[in-house]
Design a protein around this ligand. Structure first.
Ligand SMILES: Cc1cc2ncn([C@H]3O[C@H](COP(=O)(O)O)[C@@H](O)[C@H]3O)c2cc1C
Ligand SMILES: O=C(O)c1cccnc1
Length: 570
């Protein structure tokens, strides 16, 4: 359904993308007004009718503002006493400024007409009410001065509207801001952008005054329009991506199709966004998928960082092969088949699994690397092949099993994000205070060791601080995304694996869907870094791909809704 009040349909907009344009005379008029705007310095004393002033202020008040905060306040000054005192302030400031300039520039400043404050019948002092905390205004937390820019946009609107009325406007900032604020009694945190002299002009300048006075000239457009990057800037720091995100045609086509459904746009919230992403990747017809469940044991478990004994990993993997583990059951329920990978479960390879185990020594993170870089690379490549294969069968969901692997995930997260172990270590499958303290200690020691070893690329980080099932899963992400499939993440470990993949190949990010926000501390940090909003927030602490399977089921349901819901715009 179209947005309320928008009479156009998605197909009309697709057929005529420029159909919002105004007619030629309107455009010409706009450009004439823009080009004819001048900073006016000499005014007739005649009054400005109220209705003209109101039109001009209405245009100012129609300006864009950050978070629609409308921070501007226009103090209209007509009282001759106030005007006279303001004029004295500018007279003084003019001499102070001139004293600071080189003699030639000073003479030119003194020659400029600055009598507008006295001559013009109206003064409009534009103020910005900055008393709202920046964090409370959408868009200002990151750019705290965006409220001031909004006021400047209002001034420009006012100026153009004034020009169209035949009014002159001169923007005077030759004030000490605190003196002008004092003159008008502005409260704390209400600041002024200067005094606008407004009235009928006693000059009709064909060109900008400062240009005529030889102060400066308009630069050629080519000097101010730059392409792609600042000239001479170093290339981007992130590795160049071989993968491309879905092109804008695919993204818009996905949204067009969604717009035609007999439901308000975006009615399914986060699910709609996930479905849009899958459709843009070409997966509109997807009805099934695969849970890739990678499992390994970890020497770090010997430090007492898990509440459970390592034998549990093998039990869960065997149940997964039999289709009776929690994760395998969740996968089946969601319409996913399960591919179990033995990436290093203690003992003989588990029957019925795909075996992809690291060659060479395995360390406990705190004292020695998890594996060699060569082993990590080999697992990554093996995972890539599995991911490409799984991508042929629809959605790819990720799961992991490995007693102690929330410690591994925390260490690798710290290594990749430069995070504090205190923020990255959580309760795992059920740690008590003593286990938690050991986890923090081990992670801190591991991160220290890796730092001393000088880890600086994601593959090294994986070898130093990761684990074999994470390496396989990072490969699965790379392979599946390259083959055009969406990848549904589960909890902490799968998300950290995805982060390794993104660091190696930034172009995989658009293929990622965050299945859930788990209860594990640190997961949220990783999801933020991935820029992905989770579909579910169930405080899961299950592992095994349970959250990924539940979310994948939801995504498959969302795709079916997208396919089968009635259309309103044939
Ligand atoms: C019976 C059982 C089944 C599991 N299935 C997944 N996990 C989850 O817990 C483990 C990670 O937690 P930690 O780092 O605290 O050991 C992983 O195997 C993970 O998949 C399980 C844990 C247990 C005990
Ligand atoms: O959220 C997770 O990823 C998690 C939590 C506990 C145990 N296993 C995994």
């Amino acid at each position: 359904m179209p947005l309320v009040g928008d009479a156009t349909s998605a197909s009309q907009r697709a057929a005529d993308p420029a159909g919002w344009a105004m007619d030629g005379p309107t455009r010409d008029a706009l450009h004439r007004v823009v080009a004819a705007r001048r900073d006016v310095r000499r005014f007739r004393p005649d009054p400005v009718p109220d209705e003209v002033l109101e039109r001009v202020l209405t245009a100012a008040h129609a300006a864009p503002s950050v978070g629609h905060s409308q921070p501007w306040r226009f103090v209209v000054v007509q009282d001759p006493a106030t005007r006279d005192r303001a004029a004295v302030l500018t007279d003084r400031e003019r001499l102070r400024q001139a004293a600071r300039l080189a003699p030639d520039a000073a003479r030119r400043l003194l020659d400029l007409q600055l009598e507008g404050v006295r001559e013009a019948p109206l003064g409009v002092v534009v103020c910005c009410d900055r008393r709202a905390p920046a964090a409370g205004v959408l868009g200002r937390a990151t750019f705290p001065d965006a409220d001031l820019w909004s006021c400047a946009a209002a001034i420009q609107n006012l100026w153009l509207a004034a020009r169209a009325e035949g009014l002159g406007l001169g923007w005077v900032t030759l004030f000490r801001p605190e003196e002008l604020a004092g003159l008008l009694g502005l409260p704390d945190r209400v600041v002024t952008l200067g005094w606008l002299c407004l009235g009928w002009p006693d000059e009709r300048p064909p060109a900008p005054g400062l240009e005529r006075a030889g102060w400066s000239r308009r630069l050629p457009l080519a000097d101010v329009v730059l392409r792609e990057r600042w000239p001479g800037a170093a290339p981007p720091a992130a590795p160049p991506s071989a993968l491309r995100a879905p092109g804008r045609h695919a993204v818009v086509a996905a949204r067009d199709e969604a717009d035609r459904l007999l439901t308000p746009p975006g009615s399914l919230g986060v699910l709609d966004r996930a479905v849009d992403a899958v459709v843009a990747l070409g997966g509109a017809g997807t009805t099934r998928g695969t849970l890739v469940l990678a499992a390994a044991d970890h020497p770090v478990a010997g430090h007492g960082v898990s509440a459970y004994s390592p034998g549990v990993s093998r039990d869960v993997v065997r149940a997964a092969v039999a289709g009776t583990s929690l994760g395998a059951t969740a996968a089946r329920t969601a319409g996913l088949r399960v591919r179990v990978v033995d990436a290093g479960v203690a003992g003989e390879p588990v029957p019925g699994t795909t075996v992809l185990r690291p060659a060479g020594p395995r360390g406990d993170l705190a004292g020695a690397p998890a594996m060699t870089p060569a082993a990590a690379r080999e697992l990554l490549d093996g995972g890539r092949r599995l991911g490409a294969e799984a991508a042929g069968a629809g959605l790819v969901a990720l799961g992991e099993v490995g007693v102690g692997n929330t410690t591994v995930a925390a260490a690798l997260a710290c290594g990749l994000l430069d995070a504090d172990p205190g923020d990255a270590v959580g309760l795992g499958a059920g740690a008590d205070a003593a286990v938690l303290a050991r986890k923090r200690q081990v992670v801190a020691a591991a991160v220290d060791r890796a730092r001393r070893a000088g880890v600086d690329d994601p593959l090294d980080a994986l070898a130093e601080l990761g684990g074999p099932e994470l390496a396989v899963l990072a490969g699965v992400v790379l392979g599946a995304a390259a083959a055009g499939s969406a990848v549904v993440l589960d909890g902490y470990a799968t998300s950290v694996a995805a982060l390794v993949a993104v660091r190696l190949e930034p172009g995989v990010q658009p293929a990622l869907l965050a299945g859930q926000r788990s209860r594990e501390r640190g997961h949220e940090l990783v999801l933020q870094e991935l820029g992905r909003e989770p579909l579910l927030d169930l405080r899961l602490r299950a592992g095994e791909g349970v959250g990924a399977a539940l979310a994948a089921g939801l995504v498959l349901a969302g795709l079916a809704l997208r396919r089968e819901t009635a259309r309103v715009d044939p």
